[in-house]
Ligand binder design. Structure first.
Ligand SMILES: C[S@@+](CC[C@H](N)C(=O)[O-])C[C@H]1O[C@@H](n2cnc3c(N)ncnc32)[C@H](O)[C@@H]1O
Length: 164
């Protein structure tokens, strides 16, 4: 019987899956996120990363997300947490936005977009930008740091930090 969500996700053509809180914490610590920085989550889902970044790290957070249902869920969570002043979500295709203005980027990509995403980030991001990638590393570049976070099940989450 398959219990691990990551494996079932693979078998189900990668439906939405949020980053666990301990993964978000480890990612933001690895990137040394500081209060009042701006974090962008490319494909922000239900807002888990945005909320944690704002709540625990005092980071202003912007999410780009295509799925309106997930945006509604995230907006509700943000409102309930009273974090409207710290978080914004934009309905947009991450491949259509200009990422060159962002200095701290988080992404938990579907493996099917890793190559295209890598090309975009490496071409557009400015020198010094920090890119945090969950589970599926960028192609064509080596991470500066990485860490593993056991899920308590079979899957071990991986975080890769790139500094361009
Ligand atoms: C694995 S989930 C990660 C969600 C969130 N970043 C987290 O870590 O909790 C990937 C998200 O990316 C969104 N997504 C996929 N392709 C996208 C695109 N081209 N533009 C914007 N969002 C996209 C999906 O709808 C989904 O919410």
């Amino acid at each position: 019987m398959i219990r691990d969500m990551a494996i079932s996700r693979m078998l189900m053509d990668f439906p939405y899956l949020p980053s666990p809180i301990q993964v978000v914490d480890a990612a933001l610590e690895l990137a040394e996120a500081k209060a009042n920085e701006v974090l962008v989550d490319l494909g922000s889902g239900d807002g888990t990363v945005l909320l944690r970044a704002a709540e625990k790290f005092g980071v202003f957070s912007i999410g780009f997300e295509l799925d309106e249902r997930l945006i509604r869920i995230a907006m509700k969570r943000i409102k309930e947490a009273g974090l409207n002043q710290m978080i914004d979500i934009v309905k947009a295709d991450l491949f259509q936005i200009d990422v060159s203005r962002f200095r701290l980027i988080y992404v938990y990509p579907f493996p099917s977009i890793t190559r295209r995403l890598s090309l975009k980030l490496l071409n557009e991001c400015r020198r010094g930008a920090r890119i945090i990638v969950h589970d599926y590393p960028l192609e064509g570049v080596s991470p500066l740091k990485s860490t593993s976070i056991p899920s308590g099940r079979q899957h071990v989450h991986k975080i890769f930090l790139y500094i361009l």
